[in-house]
Design a protein. Sequence first.
Length: 194
Amino acid sequence: MTVGGALLLIFGFIVFLCIAIIIWAVLIYNRLVSSREFVNEGWSLIDVQLKRRFNLIKNLVNIVKGYASHEVETLEKLTDARSAAYTDDPKERAAAEGAIGSALVNMLSVTEAYPDLKADGSFRDLQQELSQLEDVIQKSRRYYNGNVRNYNTSVQTFPDLIIANLFAFREAAFFELDNEDERKLTEVSFGETK
């Protein structure tokens, strides 16, 4: 083989290697973008369900106010907790959702003292819808957290972390409650109302 042929072969190999590296980087970049969009979609699903929950809570509070006007403190705690949940940060939102769950349980326990309220059809319908919505929210959280796990794994593992660091892909935050008591409160089942 001549020197010119060897140089041409080396040049061809270098060009091939550069093209392979570019294709590899583009594939990883696209996968990271796709994973990040799944995380954003999951957050959007949670957000939609939580907004539905806020509206249901507002309606429940209004119905309970009519029956239990002297239980204002409990209702105000729920309204304040609901107002604090307007944030796009998953950690702050999770803390606020824990407070909402706690206040909601307190409000629903207050309703036990009012047989007329428990018999109100609108209240029962809202209570049942809220119970079903809690299940949907729980599923949305699992979907979001699963996508966050997959995305964070890609951002943290080699060789993806090279591209992730190069293009400033940052880890996403999980949507989780801080303490065990809050976890229990958000999973309350209201059961059948007679």
